[in-house]
Design a protein around this ligand. Sequence first.
Ligand SMILES: [Zn+2]
Length: 450
Amino acid sequence: MGKSRKNRLYGSVVALCLLFLVAAFSSQLSYAADVNSVRLWRAPDHTRLVFDLSAPVEHKIFPLKSPARLVIDIADSAIKSAPTDLEFSETPISKLRYGRRNDKDLRVVLDLTDDIKPRSFVLAKHGDKHDRLVIDLYDKENETVKTVSEVTDIGQGRRDIIVAIDAGHGGEDPGALGPKKIREKDIVYKISQQLQKMVDAEPGYKAHMVRSGDYYIPLRKRRNTAREVRADIFISIHADAFKNPQASGASVFALSRRGATSETARFLASKENEADLIGGVGGVSLGDVDEMLAGVLVDLSMTASLAHSLDVGARVLGEIGKITKLHKHQVEQAGFAVLKSPDVPSILVETGFISNPEEARKLNTFGHRKKLAEAILSGVKAYFQDTPPAGSLVAWKKYGSGEVSHTIAKGDTLTGIANHYRVSVNDIKAANGLTNTQIKIGQILKIPAS
Ligand SMILES: [Zn+2]
């Protein structure tokens, strides 16, 4: 082999190596994560953008002024295809743009028309949900807090009974999935709307929709809403799925402070409680410490409202049993986070198993949903007819003057009676001229308006 020939051979080997290097380098242009899609939800007080990711990412957000923008930098990632179907009307976003911040990082810019308070967090892969990056844009001026008189419309001891209706899941969290792409969040929203219409048509009753559209609300916020609007009852509506597609029938749940009453109850409770992971609370659990400290104080009223929950639950279950198959013939109890209101009787109605093809088909019809709403309302009305809240129109109609009296029965305590009518022990004592908490069987107490 001559020298020049050898050199040429070296030359080609070097060239080949370079080629490999270039190839290796350009494969670096693939990124640690792909943004597969971008979705958008509008809630009454905020707008949520969800980036669906192929892997976890690191990110940073910061606002820019004049013109107002929000910059979202996502490390080592790329957008696969341009998001085209985002509906920005009624949101503070006018446009979403994106480009490369540098070789590695993606930069997304939101052009804004309004002042917002941004918040962001990542949701790790969970079940069939992939990694997500969530950007919440909270509206600034929309922080209206309703006064008590606005929400309850108290008029001369004839106020409306407030029924808080909580359609389960929503937005990012579809809930259980049935055949033919039936989604729990849609079915239960329709039942809730039907129930709302019927409640509002009922004299002396007023509905409050906890969720008023297709967006997610954390479980704790749902039950807090019920307390904020001074609800007399909280009804969470679901249609769940079980591992076994044969499982069928409706059930009604109340909170259990200890164990669940059945295996199904335990399973459903753990699944419903998972909603926050899917719906995006970002693992932030606010106020847990307060809750523990308050626990002792809450205990008493919790026990009282649990007895009410079981009572109204049994009536609702009885009515539902007239129109559809029941899963269990008594109110079940399990640790549903959404039911943990210390002072609002709360029930969770599983309207049927969406995983059961026949029940899914029925739940998808207007007629069946209407019957379910009617049954729930009948149960609720029967309960309030028996034990109307002091000061309500229903109480006024029942007792003629809005003045409620209570005849002491065996086992009654002043605290129990106060909880029952939602008035304080001191108010009862004052209304009846009592100097201590001793009461006698057969004694009639005047119950002051709450
Ligand atoms: Zn559910």
